[in-house]
Design a protein around this ligand. Structure first.
Ligand code: HEM
Length: 458
């Protein structure tokens, strides 16, 4: 009896060391089962790492949504109005008009973008200290930043809350730590509908007001806020776990901080997989062609590991121009996508403003973290912030953080398995993308979003 009790206790105590890994592996298998095996992994058996960029940049690797079951899952997570999100639009007039407006809104002179970041940091970071979650810390900053990019005025508190409510809901559902809360997201769409006349550039013509609101919602109040918060959480987490890098980054050496940002986005790319649907055959050699209608799944983390020594090690010197023997464009490093195939429109702006935000945090606080740091960061980046002048002994806090993180991981991995399975199943059942493109009427754009919540369009 005593032995059985001791064994049971040993199993329970050891849970954090073996359960989360197994549950994650099970989740991957369940997702693959529900999604089917439509995707061609790149790199993989058909396309090796050496042809990754060539195939990604191929003009026939151009379909974005139509014809991939995977799209149903992304449309579900990024609702409402996923058919108006820039990244989901197929090439054509609608896409061009939307992409033009995005470029216009992001074309802010460097000094203005830096100043805007400083202002938003001053408004949002003042009260932070103690144990925080870095992604939550960063969201209000980027919510205010995006708001001001779009409306050219300081963000009112109520609007910030709407934006953060939407972005954190999207982020949590993408990581399967929570279900979608559509009403939180619809509240933001309704608000944006009332503000369309105040947007500082003309919105794409030929779109209904609801479509315009969905476009802004998707690009500036979901993608921009989620991606910037996630990227900054990774950067601050890396600084918190590498005290030498943190101390050097605190100096005003912009080149060094740029190398830290580049290496952070190499090790923790924000995209796990980006998919494309081929619009024509892609010949690989005289015997092999990737057929039209194939779903190519470009694996960023794998690409970023190939071609680097000891790829799992964090080493900003990999991007020191004095130390690398190849031009930057030849490195396996595409944190903002591929120039020839719909890269991120914020590729220039994002690193500039990340640097300013990082300096702002580093000037105020010493950062420490003993929590796990993974690419999907479901723990939202636990970190201890201590004001620089008041830095003291942090060992007890770090022990507590590490203990809490391990046990949270046990519970979270089970939650992710259950909620993730439900959402992937629900997305495949709703088939938002497939139904949208199946609609034979010329006017399928007339009621965007209606299929997500029939009868409850915002
Ligand atoms: C550090 C922050 C960011 C990173 C690392 C990042 C990364 C990426 C990547 C890798 C892609 C291309 C994916 C593909 O090939 O399918 C992409 C696309 C996109 N990103 Fe970003 N992004 C960031 C911030 C932003 C911001 C601030 C915006 C603001 C509007 C933004 C808007 C978009 C849009 C609209 C697309 C789709 C482009 C298209 O299909 O035309 N991103 N991003």
């Amino acid at each position: 009896m005593l032995i059985a009790l001791l064994l049971a206790a040993a199993v329970v105590v050891s849970l954090p060391w073996w359960l989360p890994g197994r549950v994650v592996a099970l989740r991957v298998r369940v997702f693959a089962r529900i999604n089917g095996d439509e995707g061609i992994p790149v790199p993989g058996d058909l396309v090796g790492i050496e042809r990754f960029k060539e195939v990604y940049a191929h003009p026939a690797a151009g379909g974005r949504s139509r014809g991939a079951a995977l799209s149903d899952v992304f449309w579900y997570w990024l609702s409402p109005g996923p058919e108006m999100h820039q990244e989901h639009l197929e090439a054509g007039e609608r896409y061009e008009s939307v992409a033009r407006v995005t470029r216009g809104l992001l074309a802010v002179p460097r000094a203005e973008a830096e100043e805007l970041t400083r202002r938003c940091a001053a408004r949002t970071l003042n009260d932070a200290r103690g144990l925080v979650r870095l992604r939550d810390l960063m969201m209000p900053l980027w919510a205010e930043f995006s708001y001001e990019l779009v409306f050219a005025e300081p963000c009112p508190r109520a609007a910030r809350d709407l934006i953060v409510g939407n972005a954190s809901d999207v982020s949590a559902s993408l990581k399967c730590t929570s279900l979608r809360h559509m009403e939180r997201r619809h509240r933001l769409t309704r608000y944006l509908l009332t503000r369309l006349p105040e947007v500082r550039v003309p919105l794409p013509s030929g779109l209904s007001p609801l479509e315009q609101a969905f476009y802004l919602h998707g690009a500036f109040f979901t993608t921009a806020v989620v991606q910037m918060s996630e990227a900054m959480a990774h950067l601050l987490m890396v600084l918190a776990q590498h005290p030498g890098v943190q101390a050097r980054a605190r100096t005003d050496d912009a080149h060094y901080l740029d190398q830290v940002i580049a290496e952070t986005l190499r090790l923790y790319p924000l995209f796990g997989i980006a998919h494309r649907i081929t619009t024509a055959g892609i010949p690989l050699d005289e015997h092999t062609t990737i057929p039209a209608g194939s779903v190519l799944c470009f694996n960023y983390p794998e690409f970023h590991r190939a071609g680097f020594d000891d790829p799992g090690r964090f080493d900003p010197a990999r991007f020191d121009p004095a130390r690398v023997d190849r031009p930057a464009k030849d490195l396996n490093h595409i944190p903002f996508g591929i120039a020839a195939n719909r890269p991120c429109p914020a590729w220039r702006l994002a690193p500039i403003v990340m640097r300013v935000a990082a300096w702002d945090v580093l000037r105020r606080y010493a950062l420490h973290s003993s929590a796990a740091h993974t690419r999907s960061m479901p723990n939202r980046g636990p970190c201890l912030l201590t004001p620089l002048q008041a830095a003291g002994n942090v060992r007890a806090a770090l022990l507590f953080m590490s203990f809490r993180d391990r046990w949270e991981d046990v519970w979270r991995s089970v939650v992710q398995l259950v909620l993730g399975t439900y959402m992937v199943w629900d997305a495949r059942r709703k088939r938002l993308c497939e139904h949208y493109f199946d609609d034979p009427s010329e006017n399928r754009h007339a009621h965007p979003g209606r299929r997500d919540r029939p009868g409850h369009a915002p």
